[in-house]
Design a protein. Structure first.
Length: 166
């Protein structure tokens, strides 16, 4: 088990192997993926029979948007995107939050136009699971999430919260 597997493109970012444009597009792709994952998770946690068709349509549209962006990203950039492992431990979640924040820093001004609120919600969702399993209070949230800079500050705060759990 030794080494922790990471997303190939996030590892490349840490090694500064990708440019700002690729980093910015990867943030958008990761946010679209997070939106789809968040919708699936919300549906599983609170199934509502009366809105099944509408919920499934929203999830399908989110998945389609992710797949279109994924195809465009993979045609243009290397390394290609591969979904990350579960963020089910404080070390994994904290490391992922820092990697995504580093990706944002790598993207620079290119990333300012997109506020990845779905990435932040994904991180909070995993943090809530960790808190529940460890009998800790949920992480407080800024409501609503702010611009990109605020989202990435919140991700760094979540990483520090994870550090406190280990």
């Amino acid at each position: 088990m030794g080494k922790k597997a990471r997303m190939p493109e996030l590892r490349a970012v840490a090694e500064e192997a990708i440019g700002a444009a690729q980093a910015a597009e990867l943030i958008v792709l990761l946010d679209l993926e997070a939106r789809w994952e968040n919708l699936r998770a919300a549906r599983q946690e609170t199934p509502r029979v009366s809105s099944i068709a509408r919920d499934l349509l929203v999830m399908q549209k989110a998945y389609d948007a992710f797949r279109v962006q994924l195809k465009a990203y993979q045609a243009r950039f290397s390394p290609t995107h591969a979904s990350e492992l579960l963020l089910n431990t404080p070390a994994r979640l904290g490391g992922w939050c820092r990697q995504v924040r580093h990706l944002h820093l790598r993207a620079g001004q290119s990333a300012q136009a997109h506020s990845p609120v779905h990435l932040l919600e994904k991180a909070y969702r995993w943090a809530d699971r960790l808190a529940g399993r460890r009998g800790k209070d949920r992480v407080s949230r800024a409501t609503p999430p702010g611009p990109a800079e605020a989202v990435f500050r919140d991700l760094e705060a979540l990483a520090a919260w994870c550090d406190a759990l280990t």
